[in-house]
Design a binder for this molecule. Structure first.
Ligand code: THU
Length: 143
């Protein structure tokens, strides 16, 4: 099995972790709650939620929080990510531009990024589809 094919149980575990995280989101300004879950190279799942701030630009995205949890637990690679938001009426909740770059640091081009809401699973993307021709650690190492 390739590193990028998720088992049904991994997908279920990611979905459950992201949905639980979404319930904890602190989003009193946008009222847009997001949860994210990351599967690491050890098969563990780390989750995070968005945490907004009265100084609006200081808010933290769910994906950034999940990556922070992964790093804190000594995870070093993200194999898959699942994001749960309020979509899909206005489109599914896909990672914002900044989070795509943050995911790029720890994920391969083929890393699956799944999206969902409280009731259904949405489309599945890859990191390179959401962030083509990206800049990453290799650029610095080659310099
Ligand atoms: N948000 C996330 O946490 N992740 C995303 O993928 C999209 C947006 C948050 C940021 C802000 O707290 C709220 O959703 C509305 O933009």
């Amino acid at each position: 099995m390739s590193n990028f094919s998720l088992t049904k149980s991994q997908q279920q575990a990611l979905l459950q972790a992201a949905r639980s995280a979404q319930l904890k989101a602190y989003a009193p300004y946008s009222n847009y709650k997001v949860g994210a879950a990351v599967l690491d190279e050890q098969g563990r799942i780390h989750s995070g939620c968005n945490v907004e701030n009265a100084a609006y630009p200081e808010g933290l995205c769910a994906e950034a929080a999940a990556l922070s949890a992964m790093v804190l637990a000594s995870g070093s690679r993200a194999l898959a990510v699942l994001v749960v938001g309020n979509g899909n009426a206005g489109g599914w909740t896909t990672p914002c531009g900044g989070c795509r770059q943050k995911l790029r640091e720890f994920g391969a081009a083929e890393m699956p990024i799944l999206v969902a809401n409280a009731t259904e699973l949405g489309p599945r993307y890859t990191l390179s589809a959401l962030l083509p021709e990206s800049f990453g650690p290799d650029h610095l190492n080659a310099g």
